[in-house]
Design a protein around this ligand. Sequence first.
Ligand code: WTA
Length: 662
Amino acid sequence: MTEGENSSTIEALFDEDRHFSPSEEFRAQANVASPTIYDQGRDTESYWRTQANRVTWKTPFTEVLDWSGAPYAKWYTGGKLNITESALDVHVQSTPNKVAYYFEGENGDTKTVTYLDLYKEVCRLANALSELGIQKGDRVAIYMGMIPEFPVALLACARLGAPHSVVFGGFSSDSLRDRINDASAKVLITCDESWRNGGRVALKELADVALSESPSIEHVVVVQRTGATVNMVEGRDHYYHDLLAKASDERNAEEMDAEDTLFILYTSGTTARPKGIVHTTGGYAVGVATTHAMVFDIKDGDIYWCTADVGWVTGHSYVVYGPLINGVTSVLYEGVPQFPDKDRFWEIIEKYKVTQLYTAPTSIRTFMKWGTEYPMKHDLTSLRVIGTVGEPINPEAWMWYHEYIGNKRCPIVDTWWQTETGHIMISPLPGVTTTKPGSATVPLPGISVEVVDDDGNPVPNGSGGYLVITHPWPGMARTIFNDPERFKDVYWSKFSKPEENKWIYFAGDGAKKDLEGYIWLLGRVDDVMNVSGHRISTLEVESALVDHQSVAEAAVVGRYDPTTGQAIAAFVTLKGDVQGDDALIVELRDHVATKIGKIARPASIVFTDELPKTRSGKIMRRLLRDISEQRQLGDVTTLANADVVHEIAARAQASQNTVSTE
Ligand code: WTA
């Protein structure tokens, strides 16, 4: 295999033939119980026209899809709406006292937020932001912990038509600064601190560092979470509670075109500069509402819990917009699963009688490691559907989830999608689809997916290749903020044939179709790692390492890790006569944490005099992956410096400095 060779050569290592069909009992009560839904989905536009009724329109749309400007799509053209009217106003009319969020603080404090409470708070913050000068189209950056004010912040921006740009609260000052600057955000909403794993994360302090180099920010809104004393700059920084005390709890929702931007969310690319993925209003609203209702079989009395942080796309779509449009009651949990003990998730499920749990394979593998005694201490019989997202779930983890959490009774929905797709694309429908442990199964109705070879031809069942999406879908990313060329280049150039007006979206994932046509995801094919379900670019980590004064060159790969899916393995060449020792390893890991965030810290660092390179000077990461995973080394004949790999392999074996990324 040569560098960059396609994944169709990835062999299926095992055949999974366990099948789980929905039980009669489940099917009898399911929202969608007939496979005819897939037939309806075949007429894509008629299907998505029908689903659009889930959303409240101020002015009806005239056309479902306008693909004439491909690959820049327009959905529901002519339609006018404000997504917060579907998420709030309609429920305030019908069920004002229904609970929107049961908030559970990490320390055990709780808060119940009804739809009416949420509506009023969103209107207040929208009015406050408006007083600070925010108008339709202005970008607002958000950097917060998982508290009720986090969804409020997103919704207040949406109420005004001001695109929000959320930066995950685990990211560093530098990451925050770069994202604020790329979007030229005018206001930042943050917290004094957030609680995490019993400790405090000094969000405002981190934000202050970013703000010293973020000239576009005019005002900062600070939510008090811990009450810590923080630096407040006169005239620029305002406490959330002070602003809200003065603000009216009514605010008209700005009329948005279906194609007006709802939000920007940054995601890793293969270059160091993150991509600001742009989502618009109408298609996104329909897409998240439809998929949320169908995949999780949402019912009126449900208590739904998605454990994702609102800082990621899963939080945007399935903690905030999807559940609220569907008017469901959600649990919002602030902290980590091991605080104060390793049964916190199961305690929460028992306490609130949670009916749907949506979490990540990396968490499931962690729970497996901790042991079954923790879930077994609690009554989990309220659960009806359990889901996963973020990375492939290995069959062993799937079976554990099925047995110990789902009590062999709950359908598992393994949902494949991306920041760029906006909503779930491949997933079982729990009342219809027979599942197989480890497979995301088949595309949802109205979604067209293929697995293709290097030339873009569909592979036969039983073979592997690249995952592509062959027809537009409502929640698709519309562009990369300020960089439409990059959007076209990254996602639409590999397999499209513009001269034939054929546009194919390349997801960057490898996949195989089994003999029954089921889809199995095989991970990223580009230089993006997937650590605990979070996409991190090798290049960003390399840049952070090279940024350190002692480092000359760095290569980073994702290696298999039983808990986090992939762990970051770094290979570093030092400058001049700097000696690599344990102290420097600690320093470099800290440096990466400061530059990018803790989640990007390498799990292991190996010092080497040289990196393996091709004659054209390209670092051969494939070999470094072989070394990291202690595999037989692949072909080294194209290397300019073949000896070096054996030396690195010996050092890698000797170095046991593996540490968790948490
Ligand atoms: C991976 C998260 C296998 C995949 C919603 C994708 C998955 C990337 C699954 C997107 C799944 C997500 N099975 N792999 N069920 N779900 N992925 O943008 O590599 O943070 O391209 O969106 O996660 O990550 P992102």
